[in-house]
Write a protein that binds this ligand. Structure first.
Ligand code: THU
Length: 162
């Protein structure tokens, strides 16, 4: 028997003022777009903003449904929009933020498992890592260099292309 470990590095910033200008702008957009979320059931408004390699920005918000599982996370709304509007352009970075009346939005959230799988597909498709910038409406920010780092032992299309 052999044991192996998995680790990855991520960056921690005290707040948005410590970020590079482009990253701060993206997080500001993600924060702002939380106002366009449709989340009457959870009242947990999520906003995502991505910077594409051609310099365009694409936004996404969570869109809930009375039939709860039908709801879609902000990240996947964004990925679907980006892939439709710019089918040949990779995403270089995505910022994610949230706003809710239930708690103070002063810490990062990270994408759910389903969104991690979708992000991985996008990275694989475009052969480019997507940097994730995660922060609330204020406070601490985490940056991960590639979404795939959040999904070790991922199931990929490699299994299906044999
Ligand atoms: N949600 C997102 O949009 N992105 C995340 O990263 C986490 C969760 C949404 C789904 C649902 O509408 C609400 O937040 C509460 O789970």
């Amino acid at each position: 028997m052999k044991k192996q470990s998995y680790e990855f590095e991520y960056e921690i910033y005290d707040d948005i003022s410590q970020l590079a200008e482009a990253d701060a702008a993206l997080l500001t957009s993600a924060r702002a777009v939380t106002g366009q979320a449709y989340a009457p059931y959870s009242r947990f408004n999520v906003g995502a903003a991505a910077r594409l390699e051609n310099g365009e920005t694409v936004l996404g918000t969570n869109q809930e449904n009375a039939s709860y599982p039908v709801g879609i996370c902000a990240e996947r709304v964004l990925l679907g929009t980006a892939a439709t509007q710019y089918p040949d352009i990779a995403i270089s970075a995505m910022a994610i933020s949230f706003n809710t009346s239930k708690e103070k939005s002063n810490h990062p959230i990270s994408p759910c498992g389903m969104c991690r799988q979708s992000l991985l597909e996008y990275e694989t498709r475009f052969k480019k890592p997507i940097r994730l910038i995660m922060g609330g409406m204020e406070g601490r920010v985490y940056i991960v260099q590639a979404a795939r780092q959040l999904l070790p032992f991922a199931f990929t299309g490699d299994e299906l292309m044999k």
